[in-house]
Design a protein around this ligand. Sequence first.
Ligand SMILES: [Mg+2]
Length: 186
Amino acid sequence: MSPGPGTRWIAGTGAASLKRWLVLRPDAFADSLSEVSLAGLRGLGMRGIIVDLDNTLVGYGRDDLMPADEAWIAQAKEAGFKIVLVSNNFTTRVVRIGDRLSVPTVSAALKPLPGGFLRALKLLGTPKSATVVVGDQLFTDVLGAKLVGLHSILTHPLVPHDWHGTKILRLLERLVLGRRSRRKAS
Ligand SMILES: [Mg+2]
């Protein structure tokens, strides 16, 4: 099955699947949220989508949505996917963006700790095996997904600036993934 352009799934069965769980890597890379193929997700049995906020859906600390991403959320909902925004950021801004998109939110999620993801699963009502996390950070979104047993897709950050603490994690990401790994989808 083709996951669609812009998304590259890492296939894995048996020993390859075990390695996938031992190594901190996402199940797929995508250039951006709107490049994630909804048909591909459907084909893989996904029904719930946990979307990171900062630098995945909006630029860090910003409210303005890219039209393509807003359209992607609308298409996903129309196609029957359940969506929840999960952010380590604080409530007001997260809820404001969630309200605009008419999707529920989990703020102050403390990713990669499991609590926020488990709250999101309750809101989604989907099993772990049918839920995917889409986010721009290896050590919050992908690691958190892995700890809870969810699928994950790593996107490029929308803008190059981040919260100060994230800059250190970006250096570690480059060490783990290599500078070019995220670009394999493009
Ligand atoms: Mg992020």
